[in-house]
Design a protein around this ligand. Sequence first.
Ligand SMILES: *Cc1c(COP(=O)(O)O)cnc(C)c1O
Length: 362
Amino acid sequence: MASRAYNFNAGPAALPLEVLQQAQEQFVEFEGTGMSLMEMSHRGESYEGVHFETEKLLRELLAIPEGYKVLFLQGGASTQFAMVPMNLLAPGKKGVYVNTGNWATKAIKEAKMFGEVAIAASTGADDFMRVPSPGELVIPSDAAYVHLTSNETIGGTQWKDYPDLDSVPLIGDLSSDILSRSLNVSQFGMIYAGAQKNLGPSGVTIVIIREDLIGQPSMPVPTMLQYTTHVKSDSLYNTPPTFAIYMVNLMLKWIKNNGGAAAMQRVNQEKAELLYGAIDGSGGFYRGCAQLGSRSNMNVTFRLENEDLNKRFVKDSEAAGFVGLKGHRDVGGLRASIYNAVPVDNVQALVKFMYSFKQQNG
Ligand SMILES: *Cc1c(COP(=O)(O)O)cnc(C)c1O
């Protein structure tokens, strides 16, 4: 068997070995067709089987209610930052954003190109080391939607409960925590997520949008950037990222075989508790970055007493077979990303390493 690194990359991130091996088995020839999936028409029966099965699996695993469309788009979550305001903003209406850090800030920047923006709350004064409480949100009466970032990968914060907004559609960027826990889709008007953290490789973005939000944009929008285009054609208006969607298909089957969203949540909680336990139990040697009630179960951010020690930790951990523990360049420190496919064993190995590093350097 291939030797596998302890992969804590922030994204693209670890995939289950079984999924990789299954893709390998089918790589050269897909199901007796005499060719690989990447070589065949996206209009053919074989690919369409994968395409629509992937949608069906996603609907099942996320319990997506009637009245929502599921799309497979390209351009990453970053393209959704622009597509949301292009399609959903109208004159006299505001795009309302909760600013919780790097990703939210990028979404806000795009929205400002297309209309008026209001900030419902920002935790910038706390260096984005927490998410706001629902009571802090100020929603103007002319809000077209309220946008939040479910999990901020850089600060390492995550919403535990989403705000209830009555009639204003909530739009969630769930790129780094979709299907990592149970979800009530009906709390949202729209959800989007790049696949490359919890659902597969990069190259495909999942959009789940309530039907009443799909319509003709009020401004000129290129055909490819209109939700209506992709809704009308079942995400087959142009050539979809067939291989990425196929990999998501395998990943969704893996999630299903491992107990679905509730089981993912249980294991992800267990992994997060192991790491936060190691941090909090270190007598101050390791310090968690995010505030207690906002800690992410996906990206555990922490630091040591000084930058030299952080650097030594990265170097020694790499020598011990750990990958991806360096914090994001904007904030420094350390970060362990523990998405769905990161095994508990790897987290236990990291906890062990953290303990011995402390023994040697504490
Ligand atoms: C990773 C991430 C993004 C960026 O996604 P791309 O697919 O690279 O555009 C956006 N938002 C959040 C919350 C993320 O975690």
